[in-house]
Each structure stands twice: as C-alpha cells, then as structure tokens.
Design a protein around this ligand. Structure first.
Ligand code: GTP
Ligand code: MG
Length: 184
C-alpha cells in the first residue's frame, strides 16, 4: 500500500538472459540479485531462475523473473519452452571474444522465431557487452559500431557491463524495465 492507502500496482515480468557459453549471464544475474561475484566458472545446465523484486515507485512493485538460460542450449531443443511468455530479453556477449558477438544474431533469430509479444511484436531485446573490465576484441571497442548494429538488428540499445566490477548492471536492468513499462 502506498502513502494514500491505495494498493500498489504489481507486475510480474519474465525476462530471458541468453547468449553464448561463458559470457557471464549467470554472473550478471548473481551480481544484480545477490550482490555477489565469483571468478569460478560453473556452466549452467538447462535453465536457472532468479527473482528481483523492485520497488519501482510509490505505486508500483515489479517482480522481475530472470530466466538464466545455459549457453549450451543454443545446441539444444528446449528454447521454445523456455522462451514462452517472455516479455523481454537480454542478449549477452563477452567483449573479449568476437565469436560470442558473432553468435548474437543466432540467438536473436532463435528468439524471434519462437516467441512474440501478445500484440504480435517481437520481444524487446537489450544487448549487453559484458566483461568491459577487460581489454576488448577488435570492433567491439567501437561504440558507434554497436550503435548502428543495434539500430539495424532491432535491439532497443546496448550497455557495456561488468558483473565483476558491478558496472551498469542495475542500470541496464532498469533501462529494460522502463522500456517494458512504456510499451505494455
Ligand atoms: P553458461 O552458463 O555456460 O552459459 O555461462 P554464463 O554466461 O552463465 O557465464 P558465467 O556467468 O558462468 O561466467 C563465465 C566466466 O566469466 C566466469 O569465470 C566468471 O567469473 C567470468 N565473468 C563473468 N562476468 C565477468 C565480468 O564482468 N568480468 C570478468 N573479467 N569476468 C567475468
Ligand atoms: Mg550460466
């Protein structure tokens, strides 16, 4: 209840976090939800879940249900099931490894071919260039390259992020939630 005694509006948003093996999807979510980071890599098997409760404003409570999908699932046949009823996605690459950027469009095409919003539009996608605390591979250090890539491929935007150093983690999530709220 807010100060004037009215019940808060509550939203449940299912958000997918996808991208290749080892790009830092689980680390990003752990940082965002549990303020925790580990250098040890344990590949996700299938899918993991995390819930972030956001007191968005006086009238609005948001439950962000994050679906942490294993990079390995690019080669599996379960993604259609995992994507069901998602309202947004973060597609993550590792800016130190060009090959993980090259896989972005494979992930986006997989997503767009398997799930749509109730209004028939594609699910809004935010691009995350993770591990920005490390030196970047080739073109991936060029912001205007990423700007035009996002425009051309229909991403709502991109962020440099570091799960390790906690750079732009909550900022990028907030940007995505704002977009969801404005378009639903
Ligand atoms: P899968 O579950 O196999 O799909 O991988 P993932 O995308 O969940 O990657 P994960 O979060 O497990 O991270 C892989 C490795 O990258 C781990 O060793 C992390 O410590 C490291 N890592 C993740 N984020 C960052 C970051 O922002 N900076 C640096 N330097 N390392 C990171
Ligand atoms: Mg993982």
């Amino acid at each position: 209840f807010n100060w004037s005694g009215n019940p808060k509006k509550e939203h449940l948003f299912k958000v997918l976090v996808i991208g290749d093996l080892g790009v830092g999807k689980t680390s990003f979510i752990k940082r965002y939800v549990h303020q925790f980071f580990s250098v040890h890599y344990r590949a996700t098997i299938g899918v993991d879940f995390a819930l972030k409760v956001i007191n968005w404003d006086e009238d609005t409570l948001i439950r962000l249900q994050l679906w942490d999908i294993a990079g390995q699932e690019r080669f599996g046949n379960m993604t259609r099931v995992y994507y069901k009823e998602a309202v947004a996605a973060m597609i993550v690459f590792d800016c130190t490894r060009q090959s993980t950027f090259d896989a972005i469009l494979t992930w986006k095409n997989d997503l767009d071919s398997k799930v749509l919003l109730p209004n028939g539009e594609p699910v809004p996608c935010l691009l995350l260039s993770n591990k920005c605390d490390e030196p970047k591979d080739g073109n991936l250090s060029n912001p205007s390259f990423l700007d035009s890539f996002c425009k051309q491929e229909g991403f709502i935007g991109w962020f440099d992020t570091s799960a390790k150093h906690n750079i732009n983690v909550s900022e990028s999530a907030t940007f995505l939630v704002k977009h969801i709220l404005e378009t639903t």
